[in-house]
Design a protein around this ligand. Structure first.
Ligand SMILES: Cc1ncc(COP(=O)(O)O)c(C=O)c1O
Length: 383
């Protein structure tokens, strides 16, 4: 564990977000909290505790390692669903034994699940993912008859819990027609399953953006990642929300803050370069502060010469390139600055704020990528 910075998680902010989302979605829709990517950088263990306290009882992960971590926190108090990778030999016995649910998008996985379920004399709980136009994972149309026959024949060992899909960029208006086509295609496939007497217990397709932009995608369950952490999937989704609500008030609160402290302060003469190479030259005598956070901790190199931090209640600029473990800040105008002063990399200080989305503006990285790059070795504490 590093002790040069820490991430603070605010349960009150989470409460605000979950209350807003629950109110916004149709009442009977089940909320699945997407905690893949180490809970979008928040840390699975710490974040899942916070979510459980708000009565979230469904968690979606990418792989079985993440499922094990969630399961260790929730025990039997919540459902865990794997949406992506699992190793049939190493993981399926544990998954089925523990009632963990999982996406199936390939014949092999369904065949392996049946073998393991028979062996354990326990049902495998599956969500059939169907291809509707994203062209990533999902059974193609040509395989659907095979899937349907298989589910009917082996219903003693395979529980057909969900029928699902994922949209190819619901956060961008540019994809409007593609998403609409996907929604129609999903409906057709759902009808096909029903016509064969295979009605799934849960229909689900929506991530944050889809659930907000195309309410019909909420179906029986929504799989919400980014918005529960207090971020919008894209500015378009936020603006669309403002336009439909006719007021410009962001109902979401950032759950995470990232804080460090000043490691050293010194002067630099006019005409000197700062840090590696020549990307920053002091054009006057200046004062600089070193902060012990760099790209090894998740503060991207693309923020060299553009990142901002808060020190002594003021916004200050990163100068020179971000190093592996350090960054340099221009603090010329801060008279009182001294070693040990708090540095906010994401979050609030005095009246000022630095959000992850403003990072993205500087660095062209999505919220998603910045968050999941936060090193797992940074301590997470609950506010
Ligand atoms: C299959 C699936 N469902 C849901 C989500 C959650 O997306 P978001 O964080 O945009 O809500 C993701 C994330 O990428 C995903 O891959």
């Amino acid at each position: 564990m590093h002790n040069n910075s820490y991430l603070e998680l605010d349960p009150k902010a989470y409460k605000t977000n979950i209350n807003f989302l629950r109110k916004h979605f149709r009442k009977e829709v089940l909320f699945s909290s997407v905690v893949k990517g180490n809970a979008y950088g928040h840390s699975i263990e710490t974040f899942v505790e916070i979510a459980l306290a708000e009565n979230v009882h469904h968690f979606s992960v990418f792989d079985s390692q993440e499922a094990r971590r969630v399961k260790a926190v929730v025990g039997d108090k919540a459902t865990v669903m794997i949406m992506g990778w699992l190793n049939a030999d190493e993981d399926l016995p544990w998954i089925i034994e523990n009632g963990v649910e999982f996406f199936v998008f390939e014949k092999n996985r369904l065949i392996s699940a049946l073998a393991v379920a028979k062996n354990l004399a326990k049902k495998a709980i599956v969500h059939i993912e169907v291809e509707t136009g994203m062209n990533r994972t999902g059974f193609n149309s040509i395989d659907l008859k095979w899937v349907q026959d298989f589910l009917k024949k082996h219903s003693d060992f395979i529980q057909f819990k969900g029928l699902c899909t994922h949209f190819a960029g619901a956060e961008s208006i540019a994809n409007y027609f593609r998403i609409k086509k996907q929604i129609d295609r999903y409906d057709e496939i759902y009808q096909q399953f029903c016509a064969k007497n295979l009605k799934p217990q849960q229909r689900h397709s929506a991530c944050s953006a889809a659930a907000m932009m195309y309410p019909e995608t909420q179906m029986d369950m929504v799989r919400i990642g980014i918005m529960q952490y207090g971020f919008w999937p894209s500015p378009e989704v936020l603006v669309n929300f403002y336009n439909t609500k006719r007021k410009n008030e962001n109902p979401l609160k950032r759950v995470i803050s990232w804080k460090s402290s000043v490691m050293s302060v010194k002067k630099v003469k006019r005409g000197e370069f700062v840090g590696y190479g020549t990307s920053f030259m002091a054009d006057a005598q200046m004062k600089i502060a070193c902060v012990p956070v760099g790209y090894a901790h998740g503060y991207g190199r693309s923020l060299s010469n553009v990142g901002r931090v808060l020190i002594n209640g003021e916004r200050c600029v990163v100068i020179g390139s971000i190093n592996m473990n350090m960054m340099v800040i221009d603090v010329t105008l801060l008279d009182q600055i001294k070693r040990g002063d708090e540095v906010v990399l994401i979050g609030d200080q005095a009246e000022k704020q630095l959000s992850v989305s403003s990072f993205s503006d500087y660095s062209n990285l999505l919220n998603y990528e910045l968050l999941t790059r936060l090193s797992a070795d940074i301590p997470r504490i609950i506010k």
